[in-house]
Design a protein around this ligand. Structure first.
Ligand code: ADP
Ligand code: ZN
Length: 738
């Protein structure tokens, strides 16, 4: 048996590793690692990427051949292939699925055919007699123009057109060109026009300059280094990013600039374009596939120096990287909530590491993990403690809702303050975090909410069973008839939405224009920019929104920020709830007083004593951090342990539950060999115990920082009996525990 060339191909399927195919002789010259190919899997054709080429015996193994090589050049560089392997291993995700989200799907191609050489009269005569279809095609193309398959089909009305055309290509009579399908369509997010771009270049403040100096030095040294740029809201972090990028570009290197929300790309793009002109690009999922593919190719062929984008832009195929910026690094939306469940911040750091470049993580409220890394010297901390031009941070006041008489949305004091702002012609931002679920109960007399003593997370109220349950460890207690703390009997649900606030404002302040800014509104194309520009221009007086309004926006005329109810994030059954509360409130407070107008923030809550609030009120990140890090240490949460979550989904509750118990048994047995390294918590019902009729159970695994959760879980999964009906989802470093 002779040796043949085999190719291992990563295909987007939930399988481990790659599948092997034979390389047909006709492709021997073309085949190369990193190229995109079409391969058969069972009865389907899938697009995958060649991972490895080796020789082996094709005949004996009965391998199927690669069908087609799509693009002439490899789509993945070696660097990105290594990155994909790391992600696959670390997050326990199938390699092919990781790869599939690195490269944009190829938009349709149109094949165009054109005469390559004139067959001459004799050949035509023979063709006419023996192969009339081919004769007809050559006739249709004899003027030398390129025509699409569809045009030729119309002209000749032939059956099996494609086969005839390809045969003529193989015989050298025709040549084929591929044309990208799809016109430039209106983009979902309007990027700035050239006329709107102007270079706004500031002289750096002293603090900005200090940060810039150490960062640029690291870029010069071509060494891997992570900087945590901790700067209060409005301290000019963007300017530091841009200078660092500029420095890298001067040295012939390139940059990646990540933002947490697609909605922030236009404003960032405007600044970036001002600095770097046309050699920049935006990459995110809301541009049309054809546009995305075109942009991606521009980047791949080195025509772009700076790529701006949300999560998936971290895979931009830039070579010779110099800087990676992760703005608002604490933001949970860097974590993808579906397969592959990577965190773009961590991937960005990994890219910086393998390319000896610099990563800059920026935030006014760094994640505990990142700040911890800075305190132990893994990251280098740079601080911007002042707002630009000495602008004051807004004054924050906590409004106690306990025992507030009526059930209106805001207290009389808050209403008066809104009225004052309106009279002073200032804009008002009203913030409500609806992402929580109001299924917890609270004593309205003392603000008490039940917490699990094992896990320090909010107990979730189950209406039907009238019980309180911990969704990490499954601890249960009966719902209290009276408050266990103050014996009060006024016990209620919490929660109100943006729509309710909008209606109330329209009723009480009919002469002020109100706009709502939340997922429901911004799902409509172009709507987000419309609302934001109406607000920035001053047309709109009240902006009501969820966490989306808190992020990054540089509003100049907001005098008052009202947090309608701060308790929703506080009471999420999640160990990060205090951190999230601190972050979101600090961010939203940071929207006030960014221009001439001094800012004021009113936070309504049933929990005025919650430790996050005190630190928000005095803008004390460090204080918050030091308090919170102790809790994390006590309970072995990140950053002291890594966390992984395994979720079991089943049509029947018992399917999910049994699978969870089986897995937990396997995991505990395996973990007993390394008791210091792995701790299994649960199984328990997930806080969202049933979604669309699918039951959800989960297990948490706490892992020593030196160990890999991914490989541990893979080992457990291998031991799971096959044939169950449940589905298992693995989430390493989860950001959401619902
Ligand atoms: P952050 O991202 O830290 O909240 P921004 O980067 O949005 O802050 O900066 C806040 C404002 O200050 C922006 O309008 C920006 O143009 C301006 N700015 C930044 N740096 C300077 C500087 N050195 N001198 C003057 N204005 C500056
Ligand atoms: Zn518990």
């Amino acid at each position: 048996m002779t040796d043949a060339l085999l190719a291992d191909v990563a295909v987007p399927l939930p399988v481990d590793g790659t599948l092997t195919y034979s390389v047909p002789n006709a492709m021997l010259d073309e085949v190369a690692v990193g190229k995109r190919v079409v391969v058969p899997v069972k009865s389907k054709l899938l697009t995958g990427i060649i991972w490895k080429i080796r020789s082996g015996e094709k005949a004996r193994s009965g391998l199927r051949p690669i069908r087609e090589i799509i693009e002439p050049q490899p789509v993945l560089t070696r660097e990105l292939m290594k990155l994909a392997e790391w992600i696959s291993g670390y997050y326990a995700e199938p390699l092919g699925e990781v790869v599939a989200c690195m490269v944009p799907p190829q938009p349709g191609f149109r094949n165009l055919y054109r005469l390559a050489r004139d067959p001459g009269g004799l050949a035509m005569a023979i063709l006419k007699a023996e192969e009339p279809e081919k004769f007809a095609l050559l006739e249709a193309l004899k003027d030398g123009k390129a025509r699409s398959t569809e045009t030729l089909r119309r002209k000749t009305a032939l059956k099996g057109l494609k086969a005839h055309l390809e045969d003529l290509v193989a015989r050298g009579y025709l040549e084929r060109q591929m044309l990208l399908r799809g016109r430039r369509e209106g983009k979902a997010i309007r990027q700035p026009r050239a006329s709107e771009i102007h270079l706004e270049r500031h002289d750096l403040t002293r603090e900005q300059h200090l940060a810039y100096e150490v960062i640029s030095e690291a870029i010069d040294g071509h060494v891997f280094k992570v900087f945590l740029l901790h700067g209060v809201t409005g301290s000019g972090k963007t300017e530091v990013y841009l200078r660092a990028i500029e420095h890298a570009i001067h040295l012939g290197r390139k940059a990646l600039y990540l933002v947490p929300e697609i909605g922030l790309t236009p404003q960032v793009m405007q600044r970036v374009r001002g600095y770097f002109g046309e050699r920049c690009a935006v990459l995110h999922s809301q541009i049309t596939p054809a546009e995305r593919y075109r942009t991606w190719r521009r980047i791949r062929w080195g025509e772009v120096d700076v790529v701006v984008g949300a999560r998936s832009a971290v895979f931009a195929p830039l070579d010779n990287l110099g800087v990676v910026v992760v703005d608002e690094e604490h933001d949970a939306s860097y974590k993808q909530q579906e397969t592959p469940r990577y965190n773009a911040r961590e991937v960005a750091i990994m890219r910086a590491r393998t390319t000896n470049s610099v990563a800059i993580l920026g935030s006014a409220t760094p994640s505990l993990e990142s700040y911890y890394n800075a305190t132990v010297g893994k990251y280098h901390l740079c601080e911007l403690s002042q707002r630009i031009s000495g602008g004051e941070l807004p004054r924050v006041e906590i409004i106690d809702l306990k025992n507030s008489e009526d059930s209106s949305l805001v207290t009389p004091q808050v209403k008066t303050e809104i009225l004052n702002s309106v009279e002073k012609n200032e804009q008002v931002l009203l913030f409500i975090n609806r992402r929580g679920y109001s299924n917890y109960i609270q004593c309205t007399e003392c603000g008490f909410v039940g917490r699990c003593r094992n896990c320090n997370v909010t107990l979730t109220y189950h209406l039907r069973a009238k019980e309180l349950r911990c969704h990490y460890c499954d601890y249960v207690e009966p719902a209290w008839p009276a408050c266990p703390k103050c014996d009060g009997t006024k016990i209620t649900y919490v929660g109100s939405g943006t729509q309710r606030i909008e209606e109330w404002l329209a009723k009480d302040f009919p002469h002020v224009l109100t706009r709502r800014f939340d997922r429901d509104v911004t799902r409509r194309r172009g709507r987000a920019e419309e609302v934001l520009s109406d607000f920035t221009s001053g047309l709109v007086g009240f902006l009501v929104g969820t966490q989306m309004v808190a992020k990054g926006h540089d509003f100049k005329h907001v005098g008052l920020v009202v947090v309608v109810n701060a308790d929703v994030t506080m009471n999420l059954p999640d160990f990060r709830s205090a951190e999230r509360t601190f972050q979101i409130l600090t961010q939203v407070a940071g929207r006030a007083g960014r221009g001439e107008v001094p800012g004021r923030v009113l936070i309504q809550t049933f929990n005025p004593d919650h430790h996050s609030l005190a630190y928000v009120a005095c803008h004390n990140y460090r204080g918050f951090y030091e308090n919170e890090i102790l809790l994390r240490k006590d309970l072995s949460y990140p950053p002291f342990r890594r966390l992984a979550r395994v979720i079991f989904l089943g049509r029947r509750n018992n399917e999910a539950k049994d699978a969870a118990h089986t897995f937990a048994g396997i995991a505990r047995r395996l973990a007993s060999r390394y008791p210091q390294d792995f701790e299994i918590v649960g199984p328990a019902r997930a806080p969202l115990a049933k979604i669309r009729n699918v039951y959800r159970w989960h297990i948490l695994i706490k892992v020593a920082p030196t160990k890999r959760a991914g490989s541990f879980i893979r080992k457990c999964l291998e031991k799971m009996p096959s044939g169950g009906h449940e589905k298992i989802v693995v989430d390493v470093d989860p950001q959401v525990l619902m």
